[in-house]
Design a protein around this ligand. Structure first.
Ligand code: PGA
Length: 251
């Protein structure tokens, strides 16, 4: 049985003091040992503060991006060891906003994935089609390209530390959640693709999350789908009450 995962991607929101306030409140609102795994992804500048406050709890920490080199002359970039030392165990790779606004290709996504694994971070590779691709009926082709490019040279043992987030671009920040049955069908396709490239056991183990306008109101229906193992939450993860409501609805 794959354990459910509720992940909050804060994007470019919250200073360190706002992060501390959020965590104090959030911890008051959720069970100490929730049955799901909860992961928070604050901005880099809040990682250290979040790591300190989350260390005695079951809530996990992750970063929103990572550079593919271990260190060096890469002004503005952050290496996996820096994230690790702040208490991070996870990292988002290839979020659609990185792909769109920062021109991240599948090749870059792949390099970041490899660097994260070498740095002992569990990467969540984000994939998803645009509205144009959705309307044109080319979702599978888009996902296939992102999966084969992103997971290039990743062997089955490395796959064991990877998570996948299916986030249709048209559902991110729009209030337009994919219908649970539609998300299920697409995620089932992703799992079948993994089975084809690797094997059935790997496909059965890999956690696949849905993301895109998740709220407490649609959490239960999404998580009731057999192939949806968790949720990657943006907007609704910014308020401790709405994020806690999602965690509680997932119980
Ligand atoms: P959203 O964002 O929940 O605000 O749609 C999801 C994401 O970008 O991961």
């Amino acid at each position: 049985m794959r354990r459910k995962i509720i992940a909050g991607n804060w994007k470019m929101h919250k200073t360190p003091s706002e992060t501390e306030r959020f965590i104090r409140k959030f911890l008051d609102l959720v069970p100490k040992e929730p049955s799901c795994k909860v992961i928070i992804f604050p901005p880099f500048t809040s990682l250290e503060r979040a790591g300190r406050f989350l260390a005695p709890t079951t809530v996990e920490l992750g970063a929103q991006d990572v550079h593919f080199h271990d260190n060096g002359a890469f002004t503005g970039e952050i290496a996996s060891s820096m994230i690790k030392e702040c208490g991070g165990n996870y990292v988002l790779v290839g979020h659609s906003e990185r792909r769109t606004h920062f021109q991240e290709s599948d090749t870059i996504v792949n390099r970041k994935l490899v660097a994260a694994i070498h740095g002992n971070l569990a990467p969540i590779i984000c994939i998803g089609e645009t509205i144009t691709e959705y309307r044109a009926g080319t979702t599978k082709q888009r996902l296939e390209a992102q999966l084969s490019g992103g997971l290039s040279k990743i062997d089955p043992s490395q796959l064991a530390s990877i998570l996948i987030a299916y986030e249709p671009v048209w559902a991110i920040g729009t209030g337009e959640t994919a219908a649970p049955a539609t998300a299920q069908r697409t995620i089932e396709y992703i799992r079948q693709w993994i089975a084809g490239k690797y094997n059935a056991a790997s496909a059965d183990m890999v956690p696949i999350l849905y993301g895109g306008s998740v709220t407490a109101a649609n959490t239960r229906d999404l998580l009731a789908q057999p192939d949806i193992d968790g949720l990657l939450v943006g907007g609704a993860s910014l308020d401790p009450h709405s994020f806690a409501a999602i965690v509680i609805a997932s119980e």
